[in-house]
Write a protein that binds this ligand. Structure first.
Ligand code: BF8
Length: 665
């Protein structure tokens, strides 16, 4: 392997498609993040990494050293205060990103209900459930009328100023709600919590790290139980709640004889419109005239996860593969909106026929083409984008598609799916999951979520998941972590027999599910909050989330959003392990995150770089909960007898397991 791509021995790159591509002459001409990481030639600043570089006012920047009196901030700020302020601002930025995404989805939802978009209100059942939660009358009312009222009430939650907690908090277990009330962290309005967080971390305001983190928790909760949950649910109502689907992931999903259009970013309004437009006769005719057999849409990052979950559209790549997707030379256009889009993309395609098309006024890029996506004229916007891509097909030059590098996946595990998958369509319930946890077949539930980045090996998610499922822990995955696990074959039902411990394998094989379930995009981590709540409500596993044998990790966190997600899980009672946190420079503050928070929420943060040790920290956390619940006694493994199998098999999903015709949904 050549020295290029920061890949001397390729220790950090193990993904088969990436290695294959980087070995091609075409890709060797492209500068990727691996090259930039190596070329930078300097390690990360210790003050920045430890969270003690303060650049909040212009007296500094001040580098603080904990315990050294001469190295306080000029204002006297201590390492703990500075680390807490910086950490809280990361949460605020992450929350703002999810919030702004969610607001766009709610606006799109209202426009859809008013008939101003090509979409429609699809999931009436969920519409009614959400309407009930918001106190909206549904009887004898048209679905669009209900949806307009729901959308407007949801939109009001962003700007809400009063001290009424956000509506979605009511979905949490009662005890959880009481904890938040007692600690004083119930979010009041979504935007308000971000603004207050930024204010409280301004120079000379909140100087008590514990108090700063009360607002940090409130801000993060406004993300998880507020913005993200609204986004997930309203998007489901509009585009359909995901149900299990077979699909493929990885670079091999690009097609030689099709116009390849990749959709990268986060807000699915654009991607859904492209999906509709790509099926229209005039677009297909245009593609054929250009010499292509059709239009092949493929996703990247979380937009990819959104259309994968709902439509089974393939994911070409996740965060660390975005440059690789382009380096194939086989993509006619990469259409981007907001978040996690690297500025290098336009440079990667400089000598290629590919257009990088920005589509959102909030996110433009030098050297890219901008075609504004107008939600009120969505089809025309989408067609304009597709026309541009089709026009490039004939110009495709040297290219290489690693065609054999793709994996089958089964995706679409919304919390509703998990519900009827294990409980059966006519008796949807988390009971069988809880029972299997109580009887020890399944040790517990782990979430592997969040990003990827270039500083660690690309098989970290895989190693963690393998260790967890070997120990009978059911894994739920979202975001780029989910794509990474899909690329390692962990989302095929057969993965249960290959990797899972006997108890988990037995349950997975009986129901016909993979041992790693794809739950969606990063915003869809809110689905995990609801799944955990359902487990509590089902009974037998404690009264709040902190009592459940459950644990989460974002082992390759890159984005600020991952920290907001981590904090809303911790504040909701779930133990969370990251590879590192930018807080180690403030000892007392760091200890507070890693231990002290437990007193408030029954859960705290944890850090561990080694993937196997990280998995075992998660298993230990799960075992401790089992111990506390009194269900950790060594039990003789009870094999399913025929009657028990028949009982569960009757609940399997169509096309998976042995559900048969009778259980179609
Ligand atoms: O929201 S997992 S790298 S794409 S931030 Fe970004 Fe991280 Fe991927 Fe999606 Ni989430």
């Amino acid at each position: 392997m050549a020295k290029s791509h920061g890949c001397d021995s390729c220790n950090e790159i193990t993904g088969a498609s990436t290695l294959d591509l980087l070995n091609q002459d075409l890709a060797k001409q492209v500068r990727t993040a691996y090259d930039r990481l190596e070329d930078r030639g300097m390690s990360a600043c210790l003050f920045g990494s430890g969270g003690t570089c303060c650049k909040i006012c212009n007296m500094g920047p001040c580098q603080i050293i904990d315990g050294v009196d001469t190295m306080l901030g000029i204002c006297g700020a201590t390492a703990d205060t500075v680390a807490a302020r910086n950490f809280a601002r990361i949460i605020a930025a992450g929350t703002a990103s999810h919030t702004d995404h969610a607001r766009e989805m709610v606006r799109g939802f209202i426009a859809t209900a008013k008939g101003q978009t090509p979409h429609e209100i699809k999931d009436i059942d969920k519409l009614h459930k959400m309407a009930k939660l918001f106190g909206i009358e549904t009887e004898d009312r048209d679905k669009n009328e209900i949806a307009v009222e729901l959308g407007e009430k949801a939109l009001a939650e962003f700007g809400q100023q009063e001290s009424t907690p956000l509506t979605m908090l009511k979905r949490a277990p009662k005890k959880q709600q009481n904890i938040w009330k007692k600690v004083g962290v119930e979010p009041r309005g979504i935007d308000r919590e971000v603004v207050e967080m930024m204010h409280r971390t301004h120079m000379g305001v909140d100087q008590d790290y514990k108090n700063i983190m009360l607002q940090g928790a409130r801000c993060a909760l406004a993300d998880g139980w507020g913005a993200s949950m609204l986004s997930t649910e309203l998007t489901d109502i509009m585009f359909g709640t995901p149900v299990p689907k077979r699909a493929i992931v990885d670079l091999g999903c690009l097609k030689e004889d099709h116009v390849n259009v990749t959709v990268h970013g986060h807000e699915p309004l654009l991607a859904e419109s492209l999906c509709l437009a790509a099926e229209e006769d005039d677009m297909l005719e245009l593609a054929r005239k250009a010499g292509a057999k059709g239009i092949n849409l493929a996703g990247v990052c979380c937009t990819g996860n959104e259309i994968l979950m709902r439509r089974g559209i393939p994911v070409a790549g996740s965060f660390i593969q975005q440059e690789m997707v382009l380096a194939t030379g086989a993509v006619e256009a990469m259409v981007v909106d907001v978040q996690c889009v690297m500025q290098s993309l336009a440079q990667v395609v400089k000598e290629m026929h590919t257009d990088i098309i920005t589509t959102n006024y909030r996110a433009k890029m030098p050297d890219a083409l901008h075609i504004q996506f107008e939600e009120h004229d969505a089809m025309n916007s989408a067609k304009k984008i597709l026309r541009q891509a089709i026009g490039n097909f004939k110009k495709r030059g040297n290219h290489y598609i690693p065609e054999d590098k793709k994996f089958d996946v089964v995706v679409g595990f919304s919390h509703e799916t998990i519900n009827y998958m294990l409980g059966g369509r006519f008796r949807a319930s988390y009971r069988p999951l809880n029972d299997n946890i109580i009887n020890g077949r399944i040790k517990g539930v782990a979430a592997i979520v969040g990003c990827e980045h270039y500083k660690y090996a690309d098989d970290v998610h895989f190693k963690i998941a393998k260790e967890l499922i070997k120990n009978n822990v059911l894994v739920l995955a979202t975001g780029c972590a989910a794509s990474a696990l899909g690329r390692r074959g962990m989302m095929r039902p057969e993965a249960a027999a290959e990797y899972a411990g006997p108890g988990l394998a037995e349950v997975c094989e009986t129901v016909g599910i993979p041992p790693v379930l794809h739950v969606g995009s990063c915003v869809d981590n809110s689905r995990l909050l609801i799944a955990l709540t359902e487990m509590v409500n089902e009974g037998g596993l404690g009264e709040d989330i902190s009592e459940l044998p459950a644990c989460g990790t974002a082992p390759l966190y890159m984005s600020e959003k991952a920290v907001a997600i981590g904090q809303y899980f911790v504040s909701s009672g779930a133990h969370v392990v990251f590879q590192n946190l930018p807080t180690s420079g403030g000892k007392k503050f760091n200890d507070f995150l890693l231990k002290g928070m437990t007193e408030l929420y029954g859960a705290c943060w944890d850090v561990e770089e080694d993937p196997i040790k990280l998995a075992h920290k998660m298993i230990k956390a799960i075992d401790e909960k089992r111990e506390a619940l009194g269900i950790n006694k060594k039990q003789d493994r009870i094999l399913y007898d025929m009657a028990m199998r028949r009982e569960l098999e009757g609940k399997a999903l169509p096309g998976m397991g042995c559900g048969g015709e009778g259980d179609k949904h």
